[in-house]
Design a protein around this ligand. Sequence first.
Ligand code: SF4
Length: 318
Amino acid sequence: MTAAPRRPLTVLLATPRGFCAGVDRAIQIVERAIEKFGAPVYVRHEIVHNRHVVERLKGLGAVFVETLSECPEDRPVVFSAHGVPKSVPAEAEARNIFYLDATCPLVSKVHVEAQRHYDAGREIVLIGHAGHPEVVGTMGQLPPGAVSLVETLAGAQAFTPRDPARLAYVTQTTLSVDDTGEIVAALKARFPQVAAPHKEDICYATTNRQAAVKAIANRAELMVVVGAPNSSNSLRLVEVAERAGCPRAVMVQRGRDLDLALAEGVTTIGITAGASAPEVLVEEVLTRLREHFEVTIEEVVVAEERIIFKLPAGLQHA
Ligand code: SF4
């Protein structure tokens, strides 16, 4: 007996998707630190928000902790790509702990901006999500009270500055481009003198991944976002897909998480991946779909990314 032919399914593959330059650099810092110093190398917080990446690095000899107090003095510590408050390197120095900072250079750029505004006597609004490590890190660049967090449009409309003439804003790097645009517009309408970043704080990777999802959202009946529930940019991709016209968007961490019942009656699926999700996990989703459907892949490219960030001195291979 011959097996029934599999149903055709078109997969629209959003490009760019997955790893960005900051994530790539952060992972390489951990790998090379283990090569150079031997295991264990401690990592404060998930180096990037992806379980698969974390488990693989654990297998190589990384030990993940949430606070420096869990780290011994005689082993190197890596700070995650999201950035850390100034108190963290200060504590490491006080305890003579050797550290490597894997903060993405585009997050460091926001830190520098915030410092510049503070030095110029401005009150700073940080647009971002409370509790996210990047927000904790950016707020922790300056003394308590220097930075006020605004999370929503309503928050921007209700915000009362100390002096509207001495106000600036910065943002988290992984926000929704559209939502942030509305919040910024509200701030500018209320406080026309508010100082803005020279160059957008939402990073190129976040912007490109959202644009790629928008480009396929109205053709896809289902959008699958490969990512992690604590990954800000992955969560935004789910929202962006639905707002851009895709009837349903779901996040999966691995191929096996995909509920095939969702594909019932569906002829076109969109697939993307957050900036911390490796391509191998996208491959898992494709393999799962190929087991059940006759898959045709159409790659939809909205931008080419060639950005590479340098590794810290001492970790660069000869
Ligand atoms: Fe850097 Fe953007 Fe990647 Fe975050 S998402 S690590 S800010 S490039």
